[in-house]
Write a protein that binds this ligand. Structure first.
Ligand SMILES: Cc1ncc(COP(=O)(O)O)c(C=O)c1O
Length: 346
């Protein structure tokens, strides 16, 4: 099976497994784990923040950030297609007593300053005030769209005028940086906190980083414990994370492979696949008479795994464990799948 369901399906390399085995560890709740300490220091350095915190998942990183930035009963302003709104089980409400206000971004995958001014509100006797703005880069559900730093600067500057913080869900931050040729510290310069995943595209088996100021990370460490994320000899998991940070530049290969994949799929009658900006390919199978679920099932029968992302839209992600040969084979197999379906043999 050529597994293109997500860039999370990668298997840890032999080097990562060896690094885990040999990691120097200690009790990280006591801050005694040298490998975690090194990962946090290197991660903070990479994104140019004062500090960083190792968290088990991207979801926990986003949820901790919201809890730290926003007061209970306040509102979080975010795009309805963000992971934090759509796919974190209502955690903002469930874990932190936060209400969401969703606004469709007017500028591709990010708000305009005008939208911030129009939707950030002060608390009064009747309405909750805005406690936080969340943005996502790359934007997964909008097709791996990479937003340039100037657009994030503009959002953050507008939010700052209202004294409201901005958290960046950068699960795939480095994909955006590589695609736009922007240094990570520049990309996150204006936001108040950023989460990025080591386990997406970069190949680590587990782990994400939440980064920001010293004061933010101190409080985030307390909330991580509150959410059950205080971990002990977790250097075993941080060690592969350190190696994952070395996999940033090769994301360009994933982007090139995604472009080849999209071009190949787009040339199959009945399918359309716009040119991707990063490693996320979205294929529409409506003209082939296939719902996304039917299309995914047909592809799977031909050895290619993807994920239904809408009525007729399927997502394929390129990653560390697929090369150009796999991508070419995937295109040929999907062509056969669609052909078999159209000729009624499925
Ligand atoms: C944009 C985005 N944010 C956050 C997450 C959550 O990461 P995790 O699966 O590690 O909780 C994901 C996961 O796919 C994601 O795509």
């Amino acid at each position: 099976m050529i597994d293109l369901r997500s860039d999370t399906v990668t298997r840890p390399s032999d080097a990562m497994r060896a690094a885990a085995r040999d990691a120097d560890v200690g009790d990280d709740v006591y801050r005694d784990d040298p490998t975690v300490n090194e990962l946090e220091a290197r991660a903070a350095d990479r994104v140019g923040t004062e500090a960083a915190l190792f968290v088990p998942t991207g979801t926990m990183g986003n949820q901790i950030a919201a809890r730290v930035h926003a007061d209970p009963g306040s509102e979080v302003l975010l795009d309805p297609e963000t992971h934090t709104f759509k796919w974190e089980l209502g955690g903002l409400a469930d874990l932190s007593d936060l209400q969401t206000r969703t606004v469709e971004p007017a500028a591709g995958a990010v708000f305009t300053p005008k939208q911030i001014h129009a939707n950030v509100v002060d608390e009064d006797l009747h309405r909750p005030g805005t406690g936080l703005v969340v943005v996502e880069n790359t934007h997964n559900a909008r097709g791996g769209v990479a937003t340039p730093p100037e657009a994030l600067d503009a959002v953050a500057a507008a939010a700052r005028e209202h004294d409201v913080s901005v958290h960046l869900d950068g699960a795939r931050l480095f994909n955006a940086c590589v695609a736009l040729d922007v240094a990570p510290d520049r990309m996150v310069d204006a936001v108040d906190s950023v989460m990025f995943c080591l386990s997406k595209g970069l190949g680590a088996p587990v782990g994400s980083i939440l980064a920001g100021s010293e004061a933010f990370v101190d409080e985030a460490r307390r909330v991580r414990k509150l959410f059950g994320g205080g971990m002990r000899q977790v250097g075993l998991v941080a060690a592969p994370g350190l190696l994952a940070l070395e996999n940033v530049d090769r994301l360009a290969d994933d982007h090139d492979n995604a472009t080849v994949l999209a071009q190949g799929l787009d040339s199959i009658p009945g399918l359309s696949a716009p040119r991707p900006e990063t490693n996320v390919v979205r294929v529409n199978s409506a003209d082939a008479g296939l719902t996304a679920e039917e299309f995914v099932a047909a592809c799977e029968d031909h050895g290619v795994a993807g994920g239904a992302f809408g009525e007729h839209v399927t997502r394929f992600c390129t990653h560390l464990d697929v090369d150009r040969g796999d991508v070419e084979e995937a295109v040929a197999s999907v062509a056969e799948a669609v052909d078999d379906y159209s000729s009624g043999s499925m």
